[in-house]
Design a binder for this molecule. Structure first.
Ligand code: ADP
Ligand code: MG
Length: 547
């Protein structure tokens, strides 16, 4: 033994150090922070979660939820080790329905980052805020009901950890993967995600089959969904439901494999094995199945307190669960060749009136679409077009084009009223300019200000961006700013903006559909650009081909 170690007295670790050591177990990289913060938001009953990442989460992670919130006086406890509101006696672990219970995530995260938590319970008049600077001191603040946890500079005080972080792109991919996993776990929660100011996901709450399928299609790809079966196999104390790839579809990697137990993200060897066995002779060697599968089981039959990040589980009846999964999937795959192409229910055994439903995604999708159209509902095609019935023709609205028109209009109005709203960046961005760009910047400084940018020159060829126009925050505002420096006057700017903004998020455009149709019918010229008519016959053949 080393002399030095031997002669030291035994003492308790200071809190901060103990937390940093604990962080070593749970907080490996930005994605682990994302996971813990999302779990907390879900445990708080949030139905909407906004996630903002900077530089792959290494520079900043901000998660805002509309959940139950934390009472101001308890904020200091939330960041203390072994403080949790989720369990109080050991037996609680047996009937656990929350994702967290160890009470150490926030303490760990806060010990290795610069953090700030703002939270308000619905009935409180104002929110409380604590941060790494104020410690236990709670300040009053404004915040809608719910919680925002913002952290910056992950591992700034633990250089050994920071060294293990990878490139921004890699860290972002890990965060994104985590978010996808969570979004596929909870269809009843809306997820809105931005990275470096740019929107990456916009996943509103869904509450029906088609909505769920659409979310799966968005996150796992249309290709998967067109080659997937929907399954739902309930038994008395266990149920397996979700989407699985047909045997004709396989992947080189295991990247499209999502498995949940009671809504919890799981990577478990027993489960993996059970699924592999089901696909065993169906896939070419070296190829992997794709799936989004939810297992629901009585909490008492599964122990989740096996792994610090809670990825692994222990079943009390391992064999039973294993065989149930294998059998269910095998049956579904065997049925798939014979499906008549519509929703199909089969009876497992006549004695128990327990059905399993297996069906092709495509046909269900398509039939619902056609029926909805005939009933006068707006339907969507290719993530791009909204289609509605108008007498005997179909009106096809090009949503990205609509969005561009709307946005440009709004922006122009606000600009004319000098009422552009802007939003502070979590961390100001420093941009390096060429000398030509510096000259352009000097000329356009007041124009940019009027547009809602807050920029200061921080060096001879360097500017610092502090606020961006609210309306632009979901775009890649940095490259927009650069293009603005290269483009001309404000009127040119608007025309140019309209052309580039069109390729963006269509979910936003959906709320404008009605206004758009009204404007179209009253012959407003701007809208003629985004509404087209086609015959119903053409529409049907289009849908049959594509959906
Ligand atoms: P755990 O989730 O294991 O209880 P955490 O350290 O993640 O431990 O959180 C500590 C406590 O802080 C939680 O038990 C909960 O009471 C509170 N908390 C954390 N995040 C939120 C949130 N987003 N909304 C409401 N309460 C929260
Ligand atoms: Mg937690």
């Amino acid at each position: 033994m080393q002399e030095g170690l031997k002669s030291r007295a035994i003492q308790f670790l200071p809190d901060q150090l103990a937390n940093q050591i604990a962080a070593g177990e749970v907080i490996e990289r930005p994605a682990s922070v994302v996971k813990e913060l999302l779990e907390n938001a879900l445990d708080a009953g949030a139905t909407r979660i906004d996630i903002e990442l900077l530089s792959g989460g290494m520079e900043g992670i901000r998660v805002t939820d509309n959940g139950a919130g934390i009472v101001s006086t308890e904020l200091p406890l939330a960041v203390s080790r072994h403080a949790t509101s989720k369990i109080s006696v050991l037996d609680d672990l047996l009937s656990l329905t929350s994702l967290g219970f160890r009470g150490e995530a926030l303490a760990s995260i806060c010990s290795v980052s610069k953090w700030e938590i703002t939270s308000r319970q619905r009935e409180q008049a104002s929110a409380g805020r604590i941060s790494y600077e104020t410690g236990d001191q709670v300040r009053q603040d404004n915040h809608p009901a719910g919680t925002t946890v913002a952290i910056r500079k992950l591992f700034y005080n633990t250089p050994a950890r920071r060294k293990f972080l990878k490139a921004e792109r890699t860290e972002f991919r890990h965060c994104d993967d985590m978010i996808r996993r969570m979004a596929l776990a909870r269809f009843d929660v809306g997820f809105y995600v931005r990275h470096n100011g740019r929107q990456v996901h916009r996943l509103p709450v869904v509450n029906d089959d088609i909505g769920q399928t659409r979310r799966v299609a968005k996150l796992c790809g249309e290709n998967f969904i067109h080659n997937a079966l929907v399954i739902d196999i309930p038994r008395s104390d266990i149920r397996l439901w979700g989407w699985i790839s047909k045997s004709e579809f396989s992947r080189q990697q295991t990247d499209l494999q999502y498995f949940y137990i009671n809504g919890r993200v799981i990577r478990d060897r027993v489960v993996n094995h059970a699924i592999r066995v089901a696909y065993q002779d169906k896939l070419p060697p070296g190829r992997h199945a794709a799936y989004v599968l939810h297992l629901e089981i009585a909490p008492a039959l599964v122990d989740i307190n096996v792994h610090p990040a809670k990825y692994e589980v222990r079943f009390s009846e391992t064999r039973l669960v294993h065989d149930f999964i294998t059998r269910s999937l095998k049956e579904a795959l065997a049925q798939s060749g014979q499906l008549p192409g519509t929703v199909h229910a089969y009876r497992k055994d006549d004695s128990a009136a327990q059905y399993g439903v297996i069906r092709e995604v495509d046909s269900a999708y398509q039939q619902v679409g056609q029926a909805a159209y005939q009933q006068g509902h707006t339907i969507f095609l290719h993530q791009r077009y909204a289609i509605t019935k108008d007498d005997n023709v179909a009106l096809v609205i090009d949503l990205p084009a609509l969005l561009a028109i709307k946005n440009t209009q709004k922006w122009r109005e606000a600009y004319q009223l000098e009422a552009m709203t802007c939003k502070p960046l979590l961390i100001p961005e420093t941009l390096c300019l060429t000398t030509t760009q510096v000259r352009a910047y000097e000329q356009k400084q007041s124009l940019l200000e009027k547009l809602g940018f807050d920029i200061t020159q921080s060096g001879p060829t360097e500017i610092m961006l502090r606020h961006v126009p609210t309306f632009l925050q979901m775009y890649d505002f940095k490259s927009l700013l650069f293009s603005m420096l290269e483009n001309g006057s404000s009127s040119e700017l608007f025309a140019w903006l309209q052309s580039i903004l069109s390729a963006q998020d269509i979910e936003l455009a959906k709320v404008e559909i009605k206004a758009c149709l009204d404007a179209y019918h009253s012959n407003e010229t701007a809208y003629q650009q985004c509404v087209h008519t086609i015959s119903e016959q053409d529409l049907l053949s289009l849908m049959q081909k594509n959906q």
